[in-house]
Design a protein around this ligand. Sequence first.
Ligand code: SF4
Length: 333
Amino acid sequence: MKEPLLNIKDLKVSFFNNSGEVKVIRGVSFDLQKGEVLGVVGESGSGKSVTSMSIIKLLKGTGQITNGEIIYKGEDIVKKSEKEMMKIRGNDIAMIFQDPMTSLNPVFTVGSQISDVIRRHQGLSKAKSREKAIEMLKMVGIPSPEERYSNYPHEFSGGMRQRAIIAMALSCEPDLLIADEPTTALDVTIQAQILQLLMELKEKIDTSIILITHDLGVVANTCSRVIVMYGGLIMEEGTVDDIFYNPMHPYTRGLLQSLPKKNTEERQRLIPIKGNPPDLAKIVSGCPFKERCPHAMDICNKEPEYYYDGENHRAMCWLLDNSIKKGDESNGK
Ligand code: SF4
């Protein structure tokens, strides 16, 4: 088996406040192969964005990696200094965020911001950087890129701004692109176009992608593998087919039931997951989904292990343990 591009082992991240430590990531392990598109799905508070910020060591506020390794191209990112990380960010690993306005500076033209990134990371001359920036704007489908180069962000539509951000992120041809809710702020048609564009560029540039989203529908057509996160843990991991056609975890099944089905004329009853996403400060032990799970049992007060269906499909739920009597759904809350 080939060395993965990224291998995260037992990652734990905490934030610290006046009341003490809040464990936000509680032991996450997964890997990413070169050229792969991995979807990371979960509601807000699941830990998906904190996981991605850990990969580029840009945790906000008091966030700290308290355990684990993030092996990227054979080296542990956790041990890297800020100076070393500055070389990796943008060059090797790039990131796209949900709101393009927060990534673009309103007082500089879009083109100059892209050529700046190219100049800084690739050491090209001003003229060459400009040329490459125009090429990138063209590649992401911005019409009249030479003229648009001199526009300010407010002169771009939301969809065009996100395209410009993608151009900026991919301008240094990173090996890994982390896209955190890249289409959430956009309307549905533009969402589809941006996702399509990302997939086309992935082929051209041969970038691996981690696509973070709260929407399982978004991963269906774009990802090869999916991780479902909840309460700072991976609840289920598998191929897109595993997750959509053979979900093992009650939370994954809940997410799927709350998803509108395509290509059906029948009126559909969408079943939302009851309750609210977990308050990470309050999760002490056991399965983090137990407060909302219709199958919770006494044993769910203890953290479940992973159970496997085949080599690569795993889920963390006591229901998958054949030695436990499922009649005992006594709701051990
Ligand atoms: Fe539900 Fe228990 Fe499984 Fe958690 S471990 S998902 S509470 S049955």
